[in-house]
Design a protein around this ligand. Structure first.
Ligand code: SF4
Length: 416
């Protein structure tokens, strides 16, 4: 097959995928705008979702070079204090997922496959570096997956800064190694001669603390049934698409506005693999089945960042060690060995949020959450919680089956 024919064929595939992604996005946006609980305070978040959730779009909005992130362990405050915009790369498009499939293992993480498909389509021009914590195997192999998918040249041609994540977070040596990693990361961020002054770092910590407080207000409104989980997940999902200050202002405005109460249902906690726009299949199915998510621990939602950095000592070392602690010990990612914090976190919220069931979302190929779902099920059931594990991917083929299971699950909760 001549290169001309191959190019023509690729162009057709790219055009078709691009149209599919646009219609996936348009369909979800239209559904959101036609909801009974839609208010114009959500427009800012809808517009961010509509105008593209890419590093390039974020660079245009913020006027800053982005640092491309996967996962949630790289300190956002340090990146911000260095004058960059931290952008957590994600994608929830099934069409993009399919575009990336060729050449990748069948069970590769759907979220990363979708990211690769979107980058392939965008022929992404962003030269900004990737900062990758050594979380799960797919993240560790991400540069190779980019190379295999012809999105970038050889893996070593991609600008990557690795954050070597100690997987035993409650051990002193692990915590010492992590703070060294954060100081190395500071060196990387200032390798072009810029400086990170203590005052700038303290200011960035304050900016993200205000963002965290706005996020906590939104999660309180959701817990009280005054904000539906679908809007909460859209608002948190676009957090990295604009400056933290603009996002915080819009979130506070929405939180102060008169909101239409969410559809009340059987209260559940949502745990597991991340859920990214426009892949809102699970949130819509939960609502359809009469299940109300009142709290979650998804790294795409309530855990978009681990919390506000609490530090009594505002010296540079004080700020750096408080930040490293927040992003390491404060993280409940299943990649960690000693992770009782996740179960304690769920059980700790049970009383306040009033949920009686846990819905555990597992993306096919997402091994850390897949494995964890089995251990956590027993422990939560022992504490009287109902539990359902949903293994799925980005396609819509299993929606009917999932809906039937969720309906039955709701019955078990109500009967309690
Ligand atoms: S933890 Fe799961 S969802 Fe996250 S990158 Fe790894 S495989 Fe993908």
């Amino acid at each position: 097959m001549t290169s001309g024919v191959t190019n023509a064929r690729n162009e057709r595939i790219f055009k078709k995928t691009s149209d599919q992604i646009s219609s996936e996005t348009a369909r979800v946006l239209e559904t959101l705008r036609s909801r009974a609980d839609y208010t114009r305070e959500f427009d800012y978040f809808l517009e961010l979702a509509e105008s593209g959730m890419t590093p390039e779009a974020a660079e245009t909005r913020t006027g800053l070079t982005t640092i491309k992130l996967l996962c949630v362990q790289a300190p956002l405050e340090l990146i911000h204090a260095a004058g960059f915009h931290p952008f957590k790369v994600f994608c929830g498009s099934n069409a993009a997922c399919n575009l990336a499939s060729r050449g990748l293992p069948a069970l590769a993480c759907p979220m990363l496959r979708s990211v690769i498909g979107a980058a392939k389509l965008a022929q992404s021009s962003s030269e900004s570096p990737w900062v990758l914590p050594t979380t799960c195997d797919w993240v560790v192999k991400f540069p190779e997956m980019l190379a295999i998918s012809d999105v970038a040249g050889e893996p070593d041609s991609i600008r990557v800064h690795w954050l070597e994540l100690p997987h035993l977070k409650d051990r002193d040596d692990g915590q010492r190694r992590w703070i060294e990693e954060i100081y190395n990361f500071k060196k990387f961020l200032t390798s072009d001669g810029r400086r990170i002054k203590r005052a700038a770092l303290a200011e960035s910590v304050a900016i993200y603390r205000r963002a965290w407080q706005a996020l906590v207000r939104l999660s309180d409104l959701r817990r009280e049934g005054r904000l539906s989980s679908i809007w909460f997940m859209l608002m948190t999902g676009v957090f990295f698409c604009d400056s933290p200050q603009n996002w915080t202002t819009a979130a506070e405005r929405a939180a102060n506005s008169q909101m239409t109460p969410a559809l009340r249902g059987a209260k559940v906690f949502l745990a597991g693999s991340p859920i990214f726009f426009p892949n809102f299949k699970i949130p819509f199915l939960l609502e359809e089945a009469g299940l109300e998510v009142v709290s979650d621990d998804l790294c795409s939602s309530e855990r978009i960042f681990p919390g506000s950095v609490a530090c009594g000592d505002e010296s540079e070392f004080g700020l750096m060690s408080a930040m490293s602690q927040s992003y390491h010990q404060g993280c409940v990612c299943p990649t960690f060995i000693d992770n009782d914090r996740r179960i304690n976190n769920i059980l700790g919220r049970m009383k306040g949020a009033g949920f009686k069931g846990v819905v555990f979302h597992v993306l096919k190929g997402c091994h850390p959450y897949d494995l964890e779902s089995f251990g956590i099920e027993t422990k939560l059931k022992d504490r009287g919680l109902k539990f359902i594990r949903l293994e799925t991917d980005y396609s819509g083929e299993d929606s009917r089956n999932l809906n039937t299971r969720l309906e039955a699950f709701r019955q078990t909760i109500r009967e309690d």
